[in-house]
Design a protein around this ligand. Sequence first.
Ligand code: NAP
Ligand code: GDP
Length: 318
Amino acid sequence: MSKKSIILVTGGSGLVGRAIQEIVLLEKRTDETWIFLSSKDVDLCDYDSTKKVFEKYQPTHVIHLAAMVGGLFHNMSHNLDFLRNNLKINDNVLQISFETKVQKVVSCLSTCIFPDKTEYPIDETMVHNGPPHPSNFGYSYAKRLIDIQNKAYNQQHGCMFTSVIPCNVFGPHDNYNLESSHVIPGLIRKLHDTIQKGGTTFNVMGTGKPLRQFIYSLDLAKLFLWVLREYKEIEPIILSVDEQSEVSIKELANEIAKAFDFTGDIVFDTTKADGQYKKTASNAKLRKYLPDFEFTQFSVAIKHSVDWYRQNYKTARN
Ligand code: NAP
Ligand code: GDP
């Protein structure tokens, strides 16, 4: 990166944005100015307000995290909103980054946008190889278009717009609203509520059989900074834990129960959807660049996340 960078982070108040804030604070680099935006600063669905924010801060670099984000059940009931909001946000951020001559944009895709019917492990070349899982097609197609836009901005205007593909993320400052949350914050909130009420049954949705790779938000934040500073490709890069670290929802529920010292019953509600069975992604490309990167041990990261919620549940996003 050139000297005196101004880095604008959209979605800076969310799960991933707060983790990047924490890692940036630890590093204390003097040649970088960081600006973290939330939806209170600007509605990125609106072109004029977005343009004003870019003109105000004049970023040289953008980490684009802002999105309508949610777990399986929120996606299933709001595919149109996920599609339209994310299309608008992404188009405004990328077009205005081009218009204001931003040097580099790193946007965020997700392993859940990959084709539903596919070979495993999934890699970066397979993003567009077939329809996504029907549960989240709105979010998936909006996200896939970021990759298409990045290639088009590069081809037509020479822009350095790239993207990363994280697996499922978890950590402090997640969304704990039971209507819209992902599985880890959802289960942490539920078990916390159960224990507070003196309950002895931990209810988990679905069969517990689906498999997921989970990355700790602070690990992802470190990788984001590496991508921003070092990664030179327009093609996306998967930011995921290793394939061997994939766990079932049942194993996850056991780990959360352990972190709470909960010894009651764990019950699976098989009337609820399982979603995609698995989306096992290869991190071989990342490992080629960073062979020695160490991911936080899953049980340690779950314990930190549970302890954070216990201490902050009164002010957490519920
Ligand atoms: P999050 O916690 O829900 O945060 C979303 C962020 O976007 C918040 O800062 C929110 O602002 C902002 N935002 C939403 N709509 C906006 C709008 N119209 N205008 C301005 N800002 C808006 O999400 P996250 O989990 O950190 O996700 C960050 C990125 O990672 C997203 O692009 C997501 O698709 C991707 N990703 C997430 C996961 C995961 O498991 N969480 C996995 C793979 C990829 P407020 O705080 O003010 O609402
Ligand atoms: P996904 O990885 O994109 O499917 O999103 P989620 O983070 O929402 O994970 C969904 C998986 O966790 C499915 O297999 C659900 O059946 C299971 N699950 C179990 N309990 C919950 C819960 O309380 N909330 C959510 N979102 N999923 C749950």
